[in-house]
Every structure is written in structure tokens, then in C-alpha cells.
Design a protein around this ligand. Sequence first.
Ligand SMILES: *Cc1c(COP(=O)(O)O)cnc(C)c1O
Length: 214
Amino acid sequence: MLDSYTSQRENLVFSNGTDELIRIICRAFLGTGINAVLSSLSFPQYKRNAVMEGADIHEVPHVNGRHHIEKMIDAVDDNTRVIWICNPNNPTGEYVREQELIHLLNSVNQNVLVVCDEAYYEYVEARDFPNSIHLMKDYPNLISTRTFSKAYGLAALRIGYGIAHSDIIKILEAARETFNTSRLAQAAAAAALEDQNFYKRMSPKKPKRIRAFL
Ligand SMILES: *Cc1c(COP(=O)(O)O)cnc(C)c1O
């Protein structure tokens, strides 16, 4: 996981799958009078949870299944608190390039949370795919969400996680159910990390160790 990220606890939040983390993010950051910016053809939970929080949605038309980054920047206003980047995008398989993400991060105020939902991160081979964890050093308003549901095959056990600056994690922790992930799911996730043979069959990425530096 996390490219076997040598984790620092204060940079991680765990959830019952990324689905719950999307809900936690919306609970913590959205509300009446606030809006979220998202692409029109993307993972449906961003919209659903924004609606549940009573927030507005600034939905930007996709271009051939790709997020229209320039129009997403234009859709941001003073009441925007979250921008959703599904990368790679479910359901189209397209992805936002590193330079596009950097452009977006340079264009928005740092009080706007930029979420990179990287549920399919482990399958990516493209060299111009963003290294979101590296970018967090310069952009503390960036969060990466990942899951054990896809490359690790644990969808029914429900475990996902977010990687972000400790200030973001603190905000999310306040909205997280105290006993959200089950011991069974935690044990399965730990075992899945050890099961390198399974991982190698699923992912083109070599598991490598990188240091936490947030
Ligand atoms: C599958 C998926 C999720 C949610 O996965 P969980 O099983 O809840 O961890 C979130 N985002 C995207 C883009 C997905 O494809």
C-alpha cells in the first residue's frame, strides 16, 4: 500500500472503504452555502454525499471521459471547499496528468481541499500520472484516497484510507466514527500487504518504500 509508504500515523485516516472516506470528507468540509466542484462523468458518491450535506454541486462537463481541468478551475468560487479528482477516473479509465493537477493546485486557494480519489492507483503505468504524495509537500490542501477493494481484492471486507497533511487528517478524524473499521478488515488489510504474490499479479507497479515527508 502507499507504495509501502513508511507511514506516519498523523498523515493517515482509515475508513470502511473509500466510500466511507468520501462521506467523512463531505461531512467535514461541506454544508449549506458551500459547494463542491466535480466532473459530470465520475464516481457518483461525490455528488450523492454533497447532496446529503445540503451543499451545492458545481458539475463540470467532461470531455471524452476526461475531467476538464480549466473549466473546473473556473467553477471554483469563494464558497468552494472541495474539488473532486477521480484519478484514474471511474467509469472512463481516463486520468488527469501531473501537469494538469499542478496547474489546478496553483490556481485555487489553499482553503479548498483537492481530493485525488486514487482507488485504481495500483494499476497505473502512465509516467505522467501525478505523484500526489510528493505534491503534498507543496500543496497541503491535497488528499489522496486509496482502497484495499481493488488491487488487494478486499472489497467485501471494507477498508480504505486517506493520506494527507496532518492538519487535514485532524479535521477528518473529528468527523470519523470512533470505531469505524473492523478488526477483521484491519487483519485482512495487514495480511494483504504481506501477500506480494497476489499484488504482483494485480499491479504493474513494483512495491517500493518511500519516506513520509509531510
Ligand atoms: C471502488 C471505488 C471507490 C470505493 O471503493 P471502496 O470499496 O469503498 O473502498 C471509490 N472511488 C473510486 C473511484 C472507486 O472506483
